[in-house]
Design a protein around this ligand. Sequence first.
Ligand code: ATP
Length: 236
Amino acid sequence: MLSCLLFKLFGLMSNSAFRLTGVFGGTFDPIHYGHLRVAEEIAEMIGLQEMRFIPARRPRLREAPVAPYCHREAMVHIAIECNPAFILDGRETRSSGVSYSVETLRELKRELGADAILCFIVGADAFTRFAQWHDWLEIFDLCHLIIVRRPGVELNMNRDNLPPELWEACAQRWVANPDDLRKARSGLIFPAPTILLDISATAIRVRLAAGKSVRYLLPDATLDYISAHHLYVDKV
Ligand code: ATP
């Protein structure tokens, strides 16, 4: 009985020594409730100490964002400022070229120290192309991956759905219980059962360019910023 209690206490102490930090990268062009709700649910599910929103200056595997970096960063700031666990990480202000997730994760790991466990959020759509990312295998040494579902994208991560090299690299990494993410510093993959909100930044930009309402798809304060700066009126 006593040994069981001591074992539990030791388990809690050793778990609390780790700080779990969420890393949420994206173009956020603009940020919307699809991003915010997913971040909130993952933070609660995994017990994150903080969730860092990191706007990408220029993503490598997609078209250049429509709004300039400074506006996308400002919109993230406005959208998350009331949540003390959500942090705007503007490190890409300093970069001039293409954004590589692996570099951001290397930097964060160095800055946050050995006690930090990074939980990197990746949409199910982006995950199917993960093997095209720069130095993708190294990413497993730097963080855990949290895969989030999106409407219309199957989270059926079986052999037929993934490129063979990705399937092989991931086969032994899946965990179904978020508590397992505390048992290793990196390298696990957790498919997070988050809510499905069919909201995309593309659909918001299309509606804005057509003069249609986007109210309730993103925070009012972000919408006010978009209107004040005449964003997305002519470019989608
Ligand atoms: P766009 O329509 O311009 O491609 P987006 O809405 O997909 O933009 P991003 O900034 O590219 O937004 O997304 C950042 C991350 O958030 C990605 O991992 C993406 O899969 C995820 N994400 C975006 N929207 C949702 C949503 N509605 N539900 C869950 N995840 C989402």
